[in-house]
Write a protein that binds this ligand. Structure first.
Ligand code: HEM
Length: 458
């Protein structure tokens, strides 16, 4: 089978490039080899990187039985375990998705609106003028509290404080390009004691598991729970043969939601604050729009603001948090863009390259929210949350959260970047985040009379 051409450098060099200079490597390859090219990376089968919207449409809209994706997410296995939605395929995947999707949409999602505003106020409450902070850390605290509330219904008390501390620490194991290689290279996954990176990770994971299992046990004892949180929902669900989920299945799905649901949103928010403060005109327009809705807008009113929406969309276009959708593995022969592919071929729709196509996004390196007000993009031209049968189940929730957190912070505080030099994206685990987390300084507090979002947490 003839595959599209691609870089001829040794697979280890390709892996190092992917880890250390992912964006530059992608752009160089797209320039040299076009819309579809083949990469060969140590430890992985050849991968067809696709950046043409039509080819992406064909892959993402194909019958879900034509492609698998779960097995290529095995690198996340150490974090999320055997029973994670991320690792499932076929009917099991579809039925688990049906269970996990509704809480992150529609009315159920909107019930979190006020909570998101309250958590944001609580976390930023102690800020004073002159205080410096790293945006990503603060935003990670907010998004972790939010997802804990959605998943468990609570985020307070000793167990949840411990869980919060450990979940963010566990991700620090992979917080640099080099440390991300622990996920990619199995050979590095050796427990050499609690001082070694992998050993430390395993011990932290054990502690997280203990806390999650303790919460599950406690819930099982309260037989008549009327809670609407996701854990309660999963505990009452039954599969086709009437079986409920085991403790391990519950743990793996909870871990999946905690990990997939907070670092991604926190990184997106850190990028948004960066761009808003990097471009004074964007900030000005945004503040005008926020002022136009008065002092006490409803969260759903904020979520509808067109310029705020465009700022979030452009943030996720220019540096998408996932550079790729999940890899799709072909299960039957397929003809695509002039090539005949055999079962087993791996395709990686490249979100970053599509989002930087000059023919779709003129001046793609410029942050221009206006482009989203002037034109509608198809789901294969703009896909920060992937697409098809694996599209992110947290898409609506993440966008809702981004808008409310941004509106809340910008309406209460005047901030500035500590350093106005360009910030570069780096890999953190499987996410692409701002290299230094975006250091910021508080330069002013808005007067309480113009406070637009009222807190209900005392
Ligand atoms: C800005 C924030 C986020 C971004 C950029 C993002 C991006 C993505 C992407 C690109 C995928 C792969 C889709 C594909 O291959 O087609 C994905 C899948 C997923 N995301 Fe998100 N995500 C975000 C927030 C969230 C949140 C808040 C949750 C929590 C509910 C979440 C849960 C998931 C899950 C469970 C999957 C796997 C879906 C499946 O396998 O069927 N994500 N996300």
């Amino acid at each position: 089978m003839k595959l599209p051409d691609g870089p001829h450098t040794p697979p280890l060099v390709q892996l190092i490039n992917v880890l250390l200079r992912p964006l530059e490597t992608l752009e160089e390859n797209a320039k040299l080899y076009g819309d579809c090219f083949t990469t060969r990376i140590t430890g992985f089968p050849p991968l067809i990187v696709v950046s043409h919207p039509q080819a992406i449409q064909e892959i993402l809209t194909a019958d879900s039985k034509l492609f698998d994706a779960g097995q290529t997410n095995q690198i996340l296995h150490p974090l999320v375990g055997d029973y994670s939605l991320l690792l499932m395929d076929g009917d099991r995947h579809q039925s688990q998705r049906r269970l996990l999707t509704p809480p992150f949409h529609g009315e159920r999602m909107r019930t979190y609106g006020q909570l998101i505003c309250d958590i944001t106020e609580k976390v930023t409450d102690h800020w004073t003028i002159g205080k410096t902070f790293v945006a990503r850390s603060i935003l990670q605290e907010i998004s972790l509290r939010v997802i804990l509330r959605a998943v468990f219904g609570v985020d307070e008390g000793q167990r949840f404080e411990e869980l919060r501390r450990l979940v963010s620490k566990i991700l620090d194991t992979f917080d640099s390009p080099i440390k991300s290689s622990f996920l990619f290279l199995k050979i590095l996954q050796k427990d050499l004691g609690s001082w070694s990176p992998w050993g430390r990770f395993l011990r932290q994971r054990e502690q997280v598991d203990k806390l999650i299992y303790a919460e599950i046990q406690e819930r099982r004892q309260q037989s008549h729970s009327s809670s609407e949180d996701i854990l309660s929902l999963m505990m009452s669900a039954r599969d086709g043969s009437g079986q409920t989920m085991t403790d391990q299945q519950l743990r793996d799905e909870l871990m999946t939601l905690l990990l997939a649901g907070h670092e991604t949103t926190a990184s997106a928010l850190a990028w948004a604050l960066y761009w808003i403060h990097k471009q004074p005109t964007v900030k000005e327009k945004l503040l005008q729009e926020l002022e136009s809705i008065g002092d006490h807008p409803d969260p759903s009113e904020i979520a509808k603001l067109p310029y705020l929406t465009a700022v979030c969309q452009e943030t996720l276009r220019i540096y998408p948090i996932g550079l790729f959708t999940f890899t799709r593995i072909l299960k039957s022969p397929l003809q695509l863009m002039g090539y005949n592919y055999e079962p087993g071929t791996c395709f990686a729709p490249c979100i970053y390259l599509v989002h930087h196509r000059e023919d779709i996004y003129p001046q793609p390196k410029q942050f221009q929210p206006e482009r989203f007000l002037e034109r509608q993009y198809s789901p294969y031209e703009y896909l920060p949350f992937g697409g098809g049968s694996r599209r992110c189940i947290g898409m609506a929730f993440a966008l809702f959260e981004m808008k409310l957190v941004l509106a809340n912070i910008l309406s209460h505080w005047q901030l500035d970047l500590v350093d106005h030099r360009p910030v570069h994206p780096v890999r953190r685990g499987v996410a692409t985040t701002p290299a230094d987390g975006v250091p910021m300084i508080v330069v002013g507090k808005k007067s309480p009379t113009s406070k637009p979002l009222q807190s209900v947490i005392s």
